[in-house]
Write a protein of this length. Structure first.
Length: 130
């Protein structure tokens, strides 16, 4: 399979997944979209393994790593500020407190997950270097 064919398959897959997910969400079906997204991911993973050309290189991975770190840092700061804003406004609307707590725990979970994955790859970096 060529890189051009793979890119076309990605576009077609994305369009099909979007149509199926949108239709099922409108119909209040939420299990089918999960299955469809999982199957589409597996199909794309398989198709990517059949591509004979270079799909990504080391530079792409380096840029992705820097982008992921910056994204997590910016999100952490923005979420923290948002949590404090919601907490400061909880007297005006009592619904702000649960939103703030949920956002705070979700941010902590994201940072913890990022740290765990980073340490996993750091310890096993020899296995994953190509």
């Amino acid at each position: 399979m060529s890189l051009k064919q793979f890119k076309f398959a990605k576009i077609v897959t994305a369009v099909l997944v979007a149509l199926i997910v949108a239709q099922n969400v409108v119909n209040d079906e939420f299990f089918i979209p999960i299955v469809v997204v999982a199957l589409a991911s597996l199909v794309l993973f398989y198709l990517k393994s059949r591509v004979k050309e270079v799909v990504v290189d080391e530079r792409d991975y380096a840029i992705a790593g820097k982008a992921a770190l910056l994204t997590v840092q910016i999100f952490g700061w923005l979420a923290m500020v948002t949590v404090f804003i919601f907490y400061s406004q909880q007297e005006k609307n009592s619904a702000f407190a649960p939103v703030a707590v949920t956002l705070a725990y979700a941010t902590c979970a994201l940072l913890l997950l990022y740290t765990l994955i980073f340490h996993f790859y750091d310890r096993n970096s020899a296995k994953y270097e190509k």
